[in-house]
Design a protein around this ligand. Sequence first.
Ligand code: SAH
Ligand code: SF4
Length: 358
Amino acid sequence: MNIKPSLLDYTQKELLTLIKPAFRVKQIYGWLYHQYAISYDDMKNIPKALKEELAQKYIVNPLTIINKEVSSDGTIKYLLQMQDGKTMEAVWLKMKDTQFDDNGEVIQEAKFTICVSTQVGCKIGCSFCLTAKGGFTRDLSAGEIVAQVVTLKRDNNHKHNRMINIVYMGMGEPLDNLDNLAHAIKIFKENEGLCISGKRQTVSTSGLSNKIDQLGKMDLGVHIAISLHAVDDKLRTELIPMNKTHNISSIIEAVKRFPIDTRKRVMFEYLVIKNKNDDILSAKKLIRLLSGIKAKVNLIYFNPYPGTTYDRPSKASMIAFQEYLVDHGLLCTIRDSKGIDISAACGQLKEKTENELC
Ligand code: SAH
Ligand code: SF4
């Protein structure tokens, strides 16, 4: 199989070293990030000879949409295929509807977030996660990470200069693919590209504490979200086996060292599983654990899938847990389960499509 790098694998500066003359790079960059070109044929003002030369070495966009599920709340889940035939998911999330004034004029455009994958499968092996069940296949390249955003913006006719947020919460552990992740973050930030600042990008991690430090030292300006899920190491190791080597206190220490915009809070995600971690004693311990950190807790309903032994918590227990935290001064939201009517949790569309295809 002849797998080529894609033009989306490079920053503009890198492309300048690969493609001459320089003004063609600017034009190509516009085709990639403003027009969302998917083939060289799209690039109308680029000479045929240069396109033929480039096509020998690079493809334009490495992804093909092979399945798409649209939810009634505006969430769209995509199954995307790469050059080697492997698949992964990306999700288009509508965070806010368009706001109109009394005359029907738009006063604020709808707001969207794209949830991207960083690996095919995952090595971490969390017991509650469907992605973990298939094991690890491979890291995504920077271009494959970038292409998810380009492809979803293109499919939704989202203009290049309209703001978008990125969350690295799809399949895989972003910090286990740190080099490609960091490169993708830089490409997203390019002024003449998608121009998505670090502030608009949130890296979610299961807590590889040494890699949290490495990401912090890169000073990319991104936010981090910690998938905490448990307040004592015994339960956390049951849920996230690598907690044995990166335990809760090592994560908390790494978070304290991470460069955080002083106006912002570190997000702690807490997946709530019925009768496992939904009791008030856990809420109490959580408050103690996060004291001294400018934190925000996001409670997530466990999203069940066929074969899991865990259950979704009741709404009453979620609210009681939230109220306890809020009453004790901790900012806490409950993540609304977007796309609940489609294969919402991480890995579910991939699993479903592969079962149907087999
Ligand atoms: N590997 C990273 C990012 C991808 S997972 C991480 O673990 O943070 C993104 C989020 O989805 C994590 O918070 C994870 O705990 C959550 N998740 C995984 N399986 C889930 C399920 N079945 N129901 C609800 N959330 C789930
Ligand atoms: Fe990997 Fe995150 Fe799933 Fe854990 S929850 S297996 S770290 S993708």
